[in-house]
Write a protein that binds this ligand. Structure first.
Ligand SMILES: CC(C)(COP(=O)(O)OP(=O)(O)OC[C@H]1O[C@@H](n2cnc3c(N)ncnc32)[C@H](O)[C@@H]1OP(=O)(O)O)[C@@H](O)C(=O)NCCC(=O)NCCS
Length: 204
């Protein structure tokens, strides 16, 4: 069994028979709808315990997805592969978004999928009137470079924020707080709802 922990007969159940198969590329789905919470739960159970732990992917996330309180969660789906390969989630309050989860299954990393979907996510924010997108990232994470390439800049530093239990190498780390500003100064009503419509409506 590899780092991802995917093995045995259930390893790819979450990818089977779900979603349309007519388009090959990745797209977003609203994880709060239909069977997606259940499929998210299966997706998480196919991950290694370490991946789940350090990325805070567990039952409480599934509960939040089922009954969101200001939160949004969009799944990253490869219809040609039949299902969920990752997700972006967080909170939308007024015209600001805070990303808490940006995760791709280990089998799908380093192929440009994350960059592509984050770019689309940020376009959706821009189009729906979100003014700023915030996130925090471990100072030593390679994802930090990805965010910088996409236009995020550092807005703060939380020293020692991540304890050893939040890393694969058992070392604590600082959290770098980053912000992406869209340039939108006047937001329409309910930009969070509009964002979900843009992301899941196939317009990006
Ligand atoms: C972060 C993540 C969603 C990026 O998606 P991706 O499809 O792997 O990224 P891309 O292939 O588009 O781009 C690769 C870039 O991502 C970064 N990256 C590569 N492997 C990574 C990893 N295991 N974890 C985080 N970032 C990684 C690197 O900066 C890489 O840049 P490079 O092209 O100069 O090598 C994905 O790697 C992942 O799920 N990582 C684990 C969870 C995580 O760290 N999430 C971010 C929390 S703030």
């Amino acid at each position: 069994m590899g780092e991802s922990g995917r093995s045995g007969p259930d390893e790819s159940d979450h990818r089977l028979g779900m979603g349309p198969v007519s388009f090959g590329g990745p797209r977003f789905v609203n994880l709060a709808t239909g069977l997606w919470p259940e499929l998210l739960s299966r997706f998480i159970s196919g991950l290694s315990p370490a991946e789940s732990r350090i990325n805070a992917l567990g039952p409480s996330l599934v509960s939040e997805v089922r009954e969101p309180t200001h939160s949004f969660h969009v799944g990253i789906v490869f219809p040609s592969e039949g299902g969920l390969v990752g997700l972006i989630g967080g909170y939308c309050v007024l015209d600001e978004v805070e990303i808490h989860t940006f995760f791709l299954h280990p089998d799908w990393r380093n192929r440009g999928v994350g960059s592509d979907m984050l770019r689309r996510f940020l376009s959706g924010c821009q189009l729906s009137g979100i003014s700023a997108v915030h996130l925090e990232v471990r100072s030593r994470s390679p994802a930090r470079d990805l965010y910088i390439r996409q236009g995020f800049s550092q807005s703060g530093l939380r020293k020692g924020y991540y304890g050893p239990e939040w890393s694969l190498d058992g070392q604590s780390d600082d959290a770098v707080v980053m912000v992406y500003t869209t340039g939108k100064l006047i937001s329409p009503p309910d930009p969070g709802q509009k964002l979900m419509e843009y992301l899941t409506g196939g317009r990006l």
